[in-house]
Design a protein. Structure first.
Ligand code: PLP
Length: 473
């Protein structure tokens, strides 16, 4: 047992490596074992801090998602595309703090904006002019006229759900199996259901995600598979006049990367509106990372509500919710109280303004696109050379290796992927100087505006090592 007990990412079933098919150790098991040993040997200072922290810091980390298997990595600092752990190791950062660090670390524009703001006070619980510029810029990019701010993705999807309920006077939600929308009760349903609790593929069972979620809340959520308009049609017909709306990641990013099929998003909007229900896109992860106006702009389908968080704040916690005039009027007139002490925090607004107006320019997107293409081509060449049943899926700055040959359309397809490969990939990258999100199978890489060819080369070289090790007898 290591210094910390591994715990599952809340949005995935346990990641404990399964044994090889015959029950003995195969090349993947061996790779995980050997790489885990190297990982631990490299990080004695992290182990020390974990031991010390456990006295007063529950579980030895500040979020359960920071607790990785075989142990949490404690960090020192970041600069550009690189981050440094407390043991002095430098990594190319493709983790990006779960998709936040699109600007890279200590980007000069963010440093300047935050530094200027710090010297003039960071909190008043009153609006500052930066919030107008941010709202204007979000309206331009996402095509929704009215905005409000919060601090986390969880808050933004909570406000979206409340607003859909207030606007329609209905309680029921439709939610996609395998989508994660934060940790409030209304959406903690069928996030990563186990095989035994999923129910039939065409009418999934609503399963509570984790503990602490009242059954009464679970019962208000009807689950549908991603990319399946007929299932939404059936769900709406089964609950006439009681569905407030549907929330989904328009491009799924908590099960690798799963693109919407052509016509799916437009079809959803049409179906929901025909039943007097609303549509919310959770763009917390996709937001600025897939393109300048998220999936909304890329797909040309504007929902009733959009939720954004993570990358927009340039590394400072910020979230936003955008909506139609009609819906947001319910906030403006106080019918729905969208509130929070830190909403529109001046420090966050200064960083977000710099992110939107100075960092995420057309040139920045072109740079990311060039690196993403090089990364994709490099990995695809390796997959082909080693004749492996894998493929690469990308969306702007994000991407992943899907460790199976067939395309993944929804959460149940995704379950087919051997989770040991995600874990092995994470360990090999980490020991090879590349930081990826620890929950290998479900997460993605993030290419920041400060990444360069050397970072991509490092990543691709590590994939080659993974491929050779997996192919080894
Ligand atoms: C799609 C999506 N929505 C919402 C959230 C919740 O965001 P936060 O962790 O900032 O509360 C996440 C977090 O990973 C997410 O991936």
């Amino acid at each position: 047992m290591t210094a910390t007990q591994p715990t599952s990412h809340p949005s995935t079933p346990g990641l404990t490596p399964a044994a090889g098919q015959d029950g003995g150790e195969d090349s993947i098991d061996r790779l995980i074992r050997e790489e885990s040993e190297r990982f631990l040997a490299r990080q004695p200072r992290s182990a020390e801090l974990i031991e010390r922290s456990r006295r007063h810091l529950a579980g030895g980390a500040t979020s359960n998602w920071q607790i990785a298997d075989p142990q949490a990595v404690w960090m020192s600092h970041g600069a550009g595309s690189r981050i440094f752990d407390v043991d002095g190791t430098e990594y190319s950062d493709f983790h990006g703090g779960y998709g936040v660090s699109l600007a890279g670390h200590a980007h000069p524009a963010i440093v300047r904006a935050v530094t200027e703001r710090v010297g003039r006070g960071t909190h008043f619980a009153q609006p500052t002019e930066d919030s107008i510029v941010v709202a204007e810029e979000l309206a331009r990019r996402w095509g929704l006229p009215q905005w409000r701010f919060g601090n986390s993705g969880t808050e933004s999807t909570m406000d979206a759900v409340h607003l859909m309920r207030v606007a329609t006077g209905r309680d029921r939600l439709l939610k996609v199996e395998g989508c994660y929308h934060g940790h409030h009760d209304s959406v903690q349903v069928s996030v990563a259901p186990e095989e035994g609790e999923m129910g039939p593929a065409d009418a999934p069972t609503s399963a509570p995600a984790g503990s602490g979620v009242p059954q009464a809340m679970v019962d208000l959520v009807t689950i549908v598979p991603f990319n399946d308009l007929a299932a939404v049609d059936r769900a709406l017909a089964a609950h006439p006049g009681s569905v407030a709306g549907m929330i989904l990641e328009p491009l799924m990013m908590n099960a690798g990367v799963i693109h919407p099929q052509p016509g799916y998003l437009a079809g959803l909007k049409e179906l929901l509106h025909a039943h007097g229900a609303l549509l919310t896109f959770d763009e917390v992860k996709t937001g600025l990372t897939v393109g300048p106006g998220g999936v909304t702009r890329a797909q040309g389908v504007t929902p009733d509500i959009v939720c954004i968080a993570k990358a927009i704040g340039g590394g400072v916690s910020t979230a936003a919710i955008g909506g139609t005039e009609e819906l947001m009027a319910l906030i403006a007139d106080g019918t729905y109280e969208q509130v929070g002490t830190f909403n529109g925090n001046p420090l966050a607004m200064a960083a977000t303004r710099a992110m939107l107006t100075e960092v995420m320019t057309d040139a920045a997107y072109a740079h990311i696109e060039r690196l993403a293409s090089a990364m994709r081509a490099g990995i695809e060449e390796i997959i082909e050379r080693h004749d492996l049943p894998w493929h690469v899926v990308t969306a702007g700055a994000k991407g992943c290796i899907a460790f199976r040959s067939e395309a993944i359309r929804n959460y149940r397809d995704f379950l087919d992927v051997d989770e040991r490969l995600g874990q092995a990939h994470w360990l090999v990258q980490h020991n090879g100087g590349v930081f990826l999100p620890p929950w290998g199978k479900i997460e993605q890489w993030l290419i920041s505006v400060q990444h360069n060819d050397e970072d991509v080369e490092r990543f691709v070289t590590n994939v080659d090592r993974l491929a050779r090790a997996v192919r080894a007898a």
